[in-house]
Write a protein that binds this ligand. Structure first.
Ligand code: GDP
Length: 422
């Protein structure tokens, strides 16, 4: 069990209820001290108690107290939760008392890291938990939740177990290669099935990446075409605008849209003029590159993508989408509901409905890609020594995927993504 840590796991005070989370050595004893050595609540049962500062003996708060003795806790260690009144002074006073009792503030991602180190979750679940906390739209939530539940972990562990058996067979063949009585086992069919399963999981990676990063929609057209007005109008109608993304330069406007559960970033290219400032020029270059790689272009003017005819308030054309052209007035809002509906339908086509993708991060795709390549090699390799080696490398890649084997930097990169208290 690691040293005792605590962190505010709920949002910043002032708030209705502030949840302090505790894990590790001395946690149950520290909670006991705050309860003036009265009995701890029964495991996993909420109980309303007065917390008392052991030093001054003054009451700190009336709080809901929960304890989760090891190993039946998120981290696998002794854990507790104190649900306090969410005032800054209340939270600060209880944190101070915990520190005086020998606990220390947790680092970002430390609870999740302990859960990983205690074997409660694997690396793919840790990644999915980070995604779940970052999820802004329905598609992101569904995808992250499936991963956090251990879907990829279960698959990867199953594949690795089968590989271990196949390796044993392949290596037995090496040992008995000279003995005429031992017929060689044909690993081919089992290997091919395994490779096909890995490939199927991998096929979902591009969709997952789109859901994670969001689709990119660039609005292009000559100066004064109404690009900024259109972006602002679409953004203003957004019910769930999550955050206006800080653009690369102050001239580039990016807006996050929730297109029927699928996240998208709308890029206004109006501000992309040349600049002599090197930092700004670099920002503009990147923004241009992003726009060039956009999943969809809304072209106010000529150009590929969905053509948008703006200013119908002046021309008197009817709003709506006809023959692949959107007729709108960015100024009056006419035709924007139809454009938005079109965008939602388009976004949903990019992200097929049904089962959320299995492989959800670039790291996972990379390692499964390696697994796949090694399996393919093992399938065609005639030399038994090289074949056994290819199988070993495939199993290794799966081990790195779940974190059963892995260098410290990888762990740092994954757990560094978390906030304090997770
Ligand atoms: P950008 O340079 O392409 O970003 O163009 P702006 O969005 O800045 O628009 C240029 C001007 O056209 C502004 O004065 C807008 O108010 C105006 N404008 C944009 N859309 C419309 C529209 O649908 N109807 C009318 N009448 N004016 C518009």
């Amino acid at each position: 069990m690691g040293p005792g840590i605590f962190a505010l796991s709920s949002g910043p005070p002032p708030c209705g209820v502030a949840v302090l989370r505790l894990s590790g050595q001395g946690v149950l004893r520290a909670v006991g001290r705050l309860l003036r050595a009265r009995r701890l609540p029964a495991p996993r049962r909420a109980s309303v108690r007065t917390l008392v500062d052991p030093a001054s003996r003054q009451p700190l708060d009336r709080a809901l107290v929960l304890v989760f003795p090891a190993p039946a806790s998120f981290t696998g260690e002794d854990m507790a939760e104190l649900h306090l009144h969410g005032g800054p002074a209340v939270v600060a006073a209880v944190q101070q008392a915990l520190q005086a009792l020998g606990l220390r503030p947790a680092e970002a991602g430390e609870f999740t890291r302990r859960a990983f180190e205690g074997g409660r979750i694997d690396l793919t679940q840790a990644e999915a938990l980070a995604d779940l906390i970052a999820a802004e739209t329905e598609a992101q939530r569904a995808q992250a939740l499936a991963g956090a539940g251990g879907r990829l972990r279960a698959l990867a562990e199953g594949w690795r177990a089968r590989l271990v058996e196949l390796r044993a067979l392949a290596e037995a063949e090496l040992d008995f290669a000279d003995e005429p009585d031992v017929g060689s086992t044909d690993l081919g069919p089992a290997l091919a099935t395994l490779a096909a399963e890995v490939e199927q999981a991998l096929a979902s990676a591009p969709v997952a990446e789109r859901v994670r990063q969001g689709l990119v929609i660039a609005v292009t057209g000559p100066p004064n075409a109404g690009k900024s007005t259109l972006v602002n109008a679409l953004a203003a109608r957004e019910v769930a605008i999550v955050s206006p993304h800080p653009g690369t330069t102050r001239d580039v406007i990016e807006v996050r849209l929730d297109l029927g559960g699928v996240p998208a970033t709308l890029l206004d290219t109006a501000g992309l003029r040349d600049s002599s400032d090197p930092v700004e020029a670099e920002g503009i270059r990147r923004a241009r590159a992003r726009a060039a790689e956009a999943d969809l272009v809304l072209a106010l003017g000529d150009g590929p993508g969905l053509r948008v005819v703006n200013r119908i308030d002046l021309t008197g054309e009817a709003p709506g989408i006809r023959d692949g052209v959107a007729y709108v007035s960015a100024l009056t809002g006419a035709g924007l509901d139809e454009l938005r509906a079109w965008l939602v339908a388009w976004a949903r086509r990019q992200v097929p409905r049904g089962e959320p993708p299995v492989v959800t991060t670039a790291r996972q795709a990379q390692l499964l890609g390696e697994t796949q390549a090694c399996l393919r090699e093992a399938l065609v390799e005639r030399d038994p020594v090289l074949r056994a080696e290819a199988l070993r490398l495939a199993a290794d890649a799966l081990g790195r995927l779940t974190g059963a084997i892995g260098p410290e930097e990888v762990l740092g990169a994954i757990f560094g993504r978390f906030c304090i208290g997770k």
